[in-house]
Each structure stands twice: as structure tokens, then as C-alpha cells.
Design a protein around this ligand. Structure first.
Ligand code: SF4
Length: 242
């Protein structure tokens, strides 16, 4: 088979499997083709358990393995699964790994990540180890472009499984792409931020991505307002000079 055709075939199959794992109706394809899906993702020898049936982050990480469900697998250095406490009361969800994250395999370690750390540590009085930090897509989009729709759809079952395992008291989505992943295509940060939303019954607060704050310092005040609402929900004390 031509390499390009094989690549397309692999991605279509893995996308269909991701839909199946999200509990969506199977597409209108022949019984024979549907049966073929039961053989598991291309590149893996055995059918793996569905991510929504996995009960720990460690088992989920094993399940994700060296995922090749979308084309971001071809250009990544490291798959950036996420980091923090499995019992976190708060989960931050960003868009996807950037250059530095891709190199070290950890989320939010670049300049934007250092700003997020300051929000967590200096603003909220928590540590990065107490919260959980992850992204909508686990592999870096080349050149830091936005992840494409099919890449988000292929990766979303992993994020949803992370949130179901942790079951935090609050989720903070950072930026438009993360918000669209969990709340739908119509999501925009500007009108949505500052108000509580819900993801599968978990209160969700959208706010600006730290990378946006690096370019638009005036938005820091709005982010701090959003963070204070999260702190109030978690019963954390807001310092007077915060
Ligand atoms: S972005 Fe997600 S779906 Fe795509 S290869 Fe990486 S882990 Fe797999």
C-alpha cells in the first residue's frame, strides 16, 4: 500500500475508534468494516480497554502508550500526558504542549508555564503538585499552530478520562482551544470567562491562557478575578495584597 494511503487509513481508523470510545454512535459503514474496528488501533497488537473504564492515571498513561491516533505523533519529541495530584481539587486544562514542554515531556514549563506557576503558588497559595495540569492535545502541534479538529477529537477521550479519574471540585480551562474542547465549538473566552460553566457536573471556570497574558498584560486583572472565584469555590483564603 502507498505510504500516504496507509497514513490516511491509519488516521481514519484511529479516529473512528476514538469516537467509539467517547460513546458516540458508530458511523454508517458496513458491518464488515465495523468488525474490523474490533481489531484495535493500528500499530497496537491487542485491543486496549476503553479509556473511560480505566481507574487510575497510571493505568491511563499506560493505555495512551506511544499513541499514534493522530498525525501529531509524527512530529512530537515527547507525549505530554499531564502532571500533578490524582486527588487534585483543581485541574487546569490548556491547549497543547509548546516547544519546551515537547522537549521535556511536562506541561506548562515554558514562559507561560512559569506564569501559571506564579498564579498557582503566589496567587492561590497552592503548589503545582497539589493541582493537576494537562492539555487538550498531548502532543505538540508543529510551529505551535492550533490543534486541528480531528487531532482534538482523537485526543479528547484521554482528557475526559483524566477528569473522570481525578473528579476535581473545579476545572479551569485556559484559553479558547481548551474551552472549545470541553464546552463546544461556539466557546469564546471573552464572553464565557468570569462565569461558572459545567463539564459533566464539575464546575468549570474559563479564563485567558497564560501565553495570552504575556502579550496582553492588561488581561491579568480579569484572570485574577476568575481565579478568585475558583478560590472562593474551593474555600481558599484570598490574600489582601493578591
Ligand atoms: S495528540 Fe493525542 S491523539 Fe494525537 S498522537 Fe498525541 S496522544 Fe495521540
Amino acid at each position: 500500500m502507498e505510504p500516504e494511503l496507509k497514513e490516511i487509513f491509519t488516521q481514519v481508523k484511529n479516529l473512528l475508534l476514538a469516537h467509539q470510545e467517547m460513546g458516540l454512535e458508530p458511523p454508517r459503514i458496513s458491518r464488515r468494516a465495523l468488525k474490523f474496528l474490533d481489531r484495535g488501533p493500528v500499530g497496537r497488537k491487542e485491543a486496549a480497554p476503553r479509556p473511560d473504564r480505566i481507574e487510575s492515571l497510571e493505568a491511563l498513561r499506560d493505555h495512551v502508550g506511544d499513541c499514534t491516533r493522530c498525525k501529531l505523533a509524527r512530529t512530537r519529541t515527547h507525549l505530554v500526558f499531564g502532571e500533578g495530584s490524582e486527588r487534585a481539587r483543581l485541574v487546569f486544562v490548556g491547549e497543547g504542549p509548546g516547544r519546551e514542554e515537547d522537549l521535556v515531556g511536562k506541561p506548562f514549563v515554558g514562559e507561560a508555564g512559569r506564569l501559571l506557576s506564579r498564579i498557582i503558588e503566589n496567587g492561590m497559595g497552592l503548589t503545582r503538585e497539589e493541582v493537576y495540569i494537562c492539555n487538550v492535545v498531548k502532543c505538540r502541534p508543529p510551529g505551535n499552530r492550533d490543534p486541528e479538529r480531528e487531532e482534538i477529537e482523537a485526543c479528547l477521550p484521554f482528557l475526559k478520562a483524566q477528569l473522570r479519574i481525578i473528579r476535581p471540585e473545579a476545572i479551569c480551562v485556559l484559553g479558547r482551544v481548551a474551552g472549545q474542547g470541553l464546552l463546544g465549538e461556539d466557546f469564546r473566552v471573552g464572553p464565557a470567562r468570569g462565569e461558572w460553566h459545567s463539564f459533566e457536573g464539575i464546575p468549570l471556570m474559563p479564563t485567558y491562557h497564560p501565553a495570552y497574558l504575556l502579550r496582553n498584560a492588561s488581561a491579568k486583572r480579569q484572570v485574577w478575578e476568575d481565579v478568585k472565584k475558583i478560590m472562593a469555590l474551593l474555600g481558599l483564603e484570598v490574600k489582601k495584597n493578591g
